[in-house]
Design a protein around this ligand. Sequence first.
Ligand SMILES: CC(C)(COP(=O)(O)OP(=O)(O)OC[C@H]1O[C@@H](n2cnc3c(N)ncnc32)[C@H](O)[C@@H]1OP(=O)(O)O)[C@@H](O)C(=O)NCCC(=O)NCCS
Length: 153
Amino acid sequence: MTTLRPLRWTDFLTAYRLASDPDERANARDHTMPTLRGHFRWMRKWVGGRLCKAWTIRVDGKAAGIVRVERRAYPLNEQEMSVVLFPKYRGKRLAQWGIKEVAGTMHAMTMWVTTAYIKKGNRASMGAFRRAGFRFTGRVVNGLSQFVYDGGE
Ligand SMILES: CC(C)(COP(=O)(O)OP(=O)(O)OC[C@H]1O[C@@H](n2cnc3c(N)ncnc32)[C@H](O)[C@@H]1OP(=O)(O)O)[C@@H](O)C(=O)NCCC(=O)NCCS
Protein backbone atom coordinates (compact mmCIF):
# COMPACT_ATOMS: atom_id res chain seq x y z
CA MET A 1 0.00 0.00 0.00
CA THR A 2 1.25 3.50 -0.87
CA THR A 3 0.63 6.27 1.64
CA LEU A 4 1.74 9.77 2.60
CA ARG A 5 2.37 11.04 6.10
CA PRO A 6 3.80 14.30 7.44
CA LEU A 7 7.57 14.37 7.99
CA ARG A 8 8.63 13.83 11.62
CA TRP A 9 11.90 14.13 13.54
CA THR A 10 12.15 10.33 13.45
CA ASP A 11 12.57 10.69 9.65
CA PHE A 12 15.87 12.54 10.24
CA LEU A 13 18.09 9.83 8.72
CA THR A 14 15.71 9.02 5.86
CA ALA A 15 15.63 12.69 4.88
CA TYR A 16 19.42 12.94 5.27
CA ARG A 17 19.98 9.94 2.98
CA LEU A 18 17.60 11.38 0.38
CA ALA A 19 19.27 14.80 0.57
CA SER A 20 22.65 13.11 0.05
CA ASP A 21 21.51 11.27 -3.09
CA PRO A 22 23.73 12.38 -6.02
CA ASP A 23 20.78 12.77 -8.44
CA GLU A 24 18.92 14.86 -5.89
CA ARG A 25 21.95 17.14 -5.37
CA ALA A 26 22.56 17.43 -9.13
CA ASN A 27 18.98 18.57 -9.69
CA ALA A 28 18.67 20.84 -6.65
CA ARG A 29 19.44 24.58 -6.60
CA ASP A 30 22.20 23.96 -4.05
CA HIS A 31 24.55 21.21 -5.22
CA THR A 32 26.59 20.94 -2.02
CA MET A 33 26.26 17.74 0.02
CA PRO A 34 24.46 18.31 3.33
CA THR A 35 26.32 18.14 6.63
CA LEU A 36 24.57 16.68 9.69
CA ARG A 37 24.51 20.13 11.29
CA GLY A 38 23.05 21.66 8.10
CA HIS A 39 20.51 18.86 7.90
CA PHE A 40 19.42 19.54 11.47
CA ARG A 41 18.63 23.13 10.49
CA TRP A 42 16.81 21.83 7.41
CA MET A 43 14.66 19.50 9.56
CA ARG A 44 13.81 22.34 11.94
CA LYS A 45 12.46 24.26 8.98
CA TRP A 46 10.48 21.34 7.53
CA VAL A 47 9.04 19.58 10.57
CA GLY A 48 6.00 21.46 11.75
CA GLY A 49 7.00 24.59 9.80
CA ARG A 50 4.40 27.21 8.96
CA LEU A 51 5.59 27.85 5.40
CA CYS A 52 7.28 24.53 4.73
CA LYS A 53 5.33 21.27 4.58
CA ALA A 54 6.79 17.86 3.86
CA TRP A 55 5.45 14.32 3.66
CA THR A 56 7.14 10.97 3.28
CA ILE A 57 5.88 8.70 0.53
CA ARG A 58 5.66 5.21 2.01
CA VAL A 59 5.34 1.88 0.26
CA ASP A 60 4.19 -0.98 2.51
CA GLY A 61 5.31 1.04 5.54
CA LYS A 62 8.81 1.77 4.19
CA ALA A 63 10.05 5.25 3.30
CA ALA A 64 10.31 5.60 -0.48
CA GLY A 65 10.75 9.36 -0.80
CA ILE A 66 9.74 12.85 0.24
CA VAL A 67 7.41 15.36 -1.36
CA ARG A 68 7.49 18.92 -0.05
CA VAL A 69 6.00 22.32 -0.55
CA GLU A 70 7.53 25.66 0.42
CA ARG A 71 5.42 28.81 0.45
CA ARG A 72 6.67 32.18 -0.70
CA ALA A 73 4.49 35.27 -0.62
CA TYR A 74 6.63 36.99 -3.27
CA PRO A 75 6.19 37.33 -6.24
CA LEU A 76 2.84 35.56 -6.51
CA ASN A 77 1.67 33.69 -3.40
CA GLU A 78 3.39 30.64 -4.73
CA GLN A 79 4.11 27.29 -3.14
CA GLU A 80 6.98 25.44 -4.73
CA MET A 81 6.78 21.68 -4.80
CA SER A 82 9.67 19.24 -5.08
CA VAL A 83 10.03 15.48 -4.83
CA VAL A 84 12.77 12.90 -4.42
CA LEU A 85 12.67 9.11 -4.29
CA PHE A 86 15.24 6.54 -3.22
CA PRO A 87 16.77 5.01 -6.40
CA LYS A 88 15.10 1.61 -5.91
CA TYR A 89 11.65 3.24 -6.05
CA ARG A 90 12.31 5.21 -9.26
CA GLY A 91 10.79 4.33 -12.62
CA LYS A 92 7.53 3.06 -11.09
CA ARG A 93 5.40 6.21 -11.59
CA LEU A 94 5.46 6.72 -7.82
CA ALA A 95 6.47 10.40 -7.75
CA GLN A 96 3.51 11.49 -9.85
CA TRP A 97 1.17 9.82 -7.37
CA GLY A 98 2.67 11.74 -4.42
CA ILE A 99 2.78 15.01 -6.37
CA LYS A 100 -0.84 14.65 -7.45
CA GLU A 101 -2.08 13.82 -3.94
CA VAL A 102 -0.37 16.84 -2.37
CA ALA A 103 -1.02 19.30 -5.23
CA GLY A 104 -4.67 18.24 -5.48
CA THR A 105 -5.28 18.72 -1.75
CA MET A 106 -3.46 22.07 -1.71
CA HIS A 107 -5.37 23.23 -4.77
CA ALA A 108 -8.68 22.42 -3.13
CA MET A 109 -7.80 24.02 0.20
CA THR A 110 -5.61 27.06 -0.47
CA MET A 111 -5.35 30.09 -2.74
CA TRP A 112 -1.64 29.53 -3.39
CA VAL A 113 -0.35 28.83 -6.90
CA THR A 114 1.53 25.53 -6.86
CA THR A 115 4.72 25.55 -8.94
CA ALA A 116 7.73 23.36 -9.62
CA TYR A 117 11.12 24.52 -10.97
CA ILE A 118 12.85 21.80 -12.96
CA LYS A 119 16.33 21.65 -14.51
CA LYS A 120 16.37 21.46 -18.29
CA GLY A 121 17.75 17.92 -18.59
CA ASN A 122 15.60 16.41 -15.82
CA ARG A 123 13.20 14.52 -18.06
CA ALA A 124 12.11 12.12 -15.30
CA SER A 125 10.96 15.01 -13.12
CA MET A 126 9.25 16.88 -15.97
CA GLY A 127 7.37 13.72 -16.93
CA ALA A 128 6.27 13.07 -13.34
CA PHE A 129 5.04 16.66 -12.82
CA ARG A 130 3.31 16.74 -16.24
CA ARG A 131 1.47 13.51 -15.56
CA ALA A 132 0.44 14.87 -12.15
CA GLY A 133 -1.31 17.87 -13.78
CA PHE A 134 1.46 20.50 -14.10
CA ARG A 135 2.22 22.40 -17.32
CA PHE A 136 5.26 24.39 -18.43
CA THR A 137 4.53 28.13 -18.20
CA GLY A 138 7.23 29.10 -20.73
CA ARG A 139 9.28 30.86 -18.02
CA VAL A 140 12.83 29.82 -17.22
CA VAL A 141 14.20 31.21 -13.96
CA ASN A 142 17.94 30.81 -13.33
CA GLY A 143 18.06 27.86 -15.71
CA LEU A 144 15.02 26.16 -14.13
CA SER A 145 11.79 25.69 -16.11
CA GLN A 146 8.69 26.85 -14.25
CA PHE A 147 5.74 24.45 -14.15
CA VAL A 148 2.37 25.27 -12.64
CA TYR A 149 -0.41 23.04 -11.37
CA ASP A 150 -3.75 23.74 -12.95
CA GLY A 151 -5.81 21.22 -11.06
CA GLY A 152 -6.39 19.19 -14.18
CA GLU A 153 -8.63 22.00 -15.48
C1 LIG B 1 12.41 12.77 -10.61
C2 LIG B 1 11.87 11.58 -9.85
C3 LIG B 1 11.17 12.08 -8.60
C4 LIG B 1 10.88 10.87 -10.80
O1 LIG B 1 10.13 9.93 -10.07
P1 LIG B 1 9.66 8.51 -10.67
O2 LIG B 1 8.46 8.08 -9.88
O3 LIG B 1 10.81 7.63 -10.73
O4 LIG B 1 9.18 8.89 -12.11
P2 LIG B 1 8.68 7.87 -13.22
O5 LIG B 1 8.40 6.52 -12.64
O6 LIG B 1 7.58 8.58 -13.91
O7 LIG B 1 9.94 7.66 -14.16
C5 LIG B 1 10.50 8.78 -14.80
C6 LIG B 1 11.41 8.30 -15.91
O8 LIG B 1 12.61 7.71 -15.35
C7 LIG B 1 12.83 6.41 -15.96
N1 LIG B 1 13.40 5.43 -15.02
C8 LIG B 1 13.16 4.11 -15.01
N2 LIG B 1 13.85 3.51 -14.04
C9 LIG B 1 14.56 4.45 -13.43
C10 LIG B 1 15.48 4.44 -12.35
N3 LIG B 1 15.80 3.31 -11.72
N4 LIG B 1 16.01 5.60 -11.97
C11 LIG B 1 15.67 6.74 -12.59
N5 LIG B 1 14.80 6.81 -13.61
C12 LIG B 1 14.26 5.68 -14.03
C13 LIG B 1 11.46 5.98 -16.36
O9 LIG B 1 11.56 5.10 -17.45
C14 LIG B 1 10.74 7.26 -16.76
O10 LIG B 1 10.98 7.60 -18.09
P3 LIG B 1 9.73 7.94 -19.06
O11 LIG B 1 9.01 9.12 -18.41
O12 LIG B 1 10.37 8.30 -20.34
O13 LIG B 1 8.88 6.73 -19.08
C15 LIG B 1 12.99 10.59 -9.43
O14 LIG B 1 13.66 10.16 -10.58
C16 LIG B 1 14.00 11.20 -8.47
O15 LIG B 1 13.85 11.09 -7.25
N6 LIG B 1 15.06 11.88 -9.00
C17 LIG B 1 16.08 12.57 -8.21
C18 LIG B 1 15.56 13.87 -7.59
C19 LIG B 1 14.94 14.83 -8.57
O16 LIG B 1 15.42 15.04 -9.68
N7 LIG B 1 13.85 15.48 -8.12
C20 LIG B 1 13.10 16.46 -8.89
C21 LIG B 1 13.42 17.84 -8.47
S1 LIG B 1 12.17 18.96 -9.11
